[in-house]
Structures are given as structure tokens and as C-alpha cells.
Design a protein. Structure first.
Length: 279
């Protein structure tokens, strides 16, 4: 109604949400407009996982608010959503789940399984402790369909080990979900933005010319590469040339691998291009 387009679905929704309820918000959007409108965005972030969070809109700061912008551009939109991590041979199934807290994988304490998969990387945190920084390069993934012949994984960031060796995450997990140990290097985190921006460009029609871009980059990944963050900017420029872009860091990313399946993930990158067809 604000756009003067009542009854007409937008080309894309741009979302800012408080962490913890992202999946429910995506379901609510789908209930209202169906599955075919892409939803891209990022969850609010702070300087630490326990920092105070705000959502900013129309000159006001909010707490616990959902901000949703409906985009009706005069031109066209192209977008891409990806993790850039590689699956390993380690995988198992969730045998007990409490939403974003998982007590068991394959019938064993989840943190003990994760520690074994990573070669003892989290032995010091068994019995309780934060692992958000240490798990950035070795998160878990949930198989999430295919993009052509390439398998896609929804990235899941382990945040902490509880006293009973359960794992807590930034994504809702169900009993029976398959979890795969993923891996990446620091260079992978720095270089993948170019491929994601390039994928957004490749998804458009051949004569599409981008005139601006919106970029979501995981805040956890940013903290891991902060000293070289200029290389992220260089990656966008390498893919899009002089196209201006606006980027933000998020504690959770929303997007879609394929149209009709909007998802919430961690440690991911979302790129939305706005442009025109060349005459």
C-alpha cells in the first residue's frame, strides 16, 4: 500500500530481523504472498554475540522489530545466495533437537561428535564454553537441494557448547536432519564474494547492466578476516566493475538458492543487483 501497488507482489523483499525468529518470519511472508517472491536480508548484529541489537528504519531505532521493504524497481533484479564452504566426509543425523539447541547427533552428545569430526578442535570446550569464533572455518551444513549439478548446503554456525555437551546454533534444526561438517580457509572467506557477485550477474539476462548492488556478508566471517576486509571490497569490484554497492554484516543471512525456497542460514553471502537491460 505504501508503494501504491496494493495486490501486486514486489520483485523482492529486503529483510532485517532480530536473531532467533528468522524462519518464522520467512513462513509468515510466504503465507501472505506465496513462495515465489525472493526474500533477501540479514539479521541484526552487534560487536559481540551478547551485544545490544537494534533495527533502524525511517530515522528511528527499534528493539525486537521486523523491518521489511518491498522493492518495485523500474528495472530488473538479479540475485545470488551462497556459502562458499566445501563439504567433508563427516556427516550424521540429529537424534534429539530442541529448536536451535541440539543435544544429540547419531545418539551421542552433539559436541562430542563435533569434536571428533574436527580432530579434537573443541576438546577444551567440552562441558561448556563459547565456540563461535573457533567454529567459523569448520561449521556444519544441511543439504538443501541443487543448483544445476552443484549440491547446496544451508550453513549452520555452532555458537556454544552447553554443560551437557549439547550444541547451540543460529539456525533451527529438526530431529532427523542430516548434518555435514563443512570446511573453508581464511582465503576462501575473502575470495568467495567475487564468485557470488559473479553468480548474481550470470543469473540475469545477457544484456543486463547492473546499476547498483546490495550485499550481505556474515559478521562471523567478517570477524575472521577483519584485517583484510578490503579484499572483500576488491572481490565485489572484480565481479561488478564500477557498480556502486552497499554492504552490511549480519548475524544470520536470508536468501534463496533457487526461486521459491527462501531460507535462513549462517556464514553466508547474499548479493542483489539492480539494473536495466541495455538498449
Amino acid at each position: 500500500e505504501d508503494a501504491g501497488r496494493a495486490g501486486k507482489p514486489p520483485a523482492l523483499f529486503w529483510l532485517t530481523a532480530p536473531p532467533g525468529v528468522e524462519e518464522q518470519i520467512l513462513c509468515g511472508i510466504e503465507d501472505a504472498v506465496g513462495p515465489d517472491v525472493p526474500v533477501f536480508g540479514g539479521s541484526s548484529a552487534a560487536n559481540s554475540l551478547d551485544g545490544a541489537l537494534s533495527q533502524l528504519a525511517r530515522g528511528q531505532a527499534h528493539s525486537g522489530a521486523v523491518l521489511l521493504s518491498a522493492l518495485y524497481p523500474s528495472g530488473e533484479i538479479a540475485c545470488a545466495f551462497s556459502s562458499g564452504y566445501t563439504p567433508t566426509e563427516h556427516r550424521g543425523w540429529v537424534t534429539r533437537s530442541e529448536g536451535r539447541r541440539v543435544p544429540e547427533i547419531d545418539g551421542l552428545p552433539a559436541a562430542e561428535v563435533y569434536d571428533r569430526w574436527t580432530g579434537g578442535a573443541f576438546s577444551a570446550q567440552l562441558g561448556g564454553g563459547s565456540i563461535g569464533a573457533e567454529s567459523t572455518l569448520c561449521p556444519l551444513g544441511r543439504p538443501s537441494g541443487w543448483a544445476g549439478k552443484v549440491p547446496q548446503f544451508l550453513l549452520i554456525h555452532p555458537n556454544a557448547v552447553d554443560g551437557d555437551n549439547a550444541l547451540t546454533f543460529g539456525v533451527h534444526i529438526n530431529e532427523g536432519d542430516e548434518l555435514v561438517l563443512m570446511k573453508a580457509t581464511r582465503d576462501d572467506l575473502l575470495e568467495r564474494i567475487q564468485s557470488v557477485a559473479g553468480a548474481a550477474l550470470a543469473s540475469a539476462r545477457p544484456s543486463f547492466r547492473p546499476q547498483g548492488a546490495l550485499v550481505i556478508f556474515c559478521a562471523g566471517c567478517m570477524l575472521a578476516v577483519r584485517d583484510d576486509i578490503d579484499r572483500v571490497v576488491q572481490g565485489v569490484t572484480a565481479a561488478l566493475g564500477p557498480t556502486p554497492f552497499l554492504g552490511r554484516f549480519a548475524f544470520g543471512e536470508q536468501g534463496c538458492f533457487v526461486r521459491g525456497k527462501n531460507q535462513h542460514a549462517n556464514l553466508s553471502i547474499a548479493v542483489v543487483l539492480l539494473g536495466q537491460q541495455e538498449q
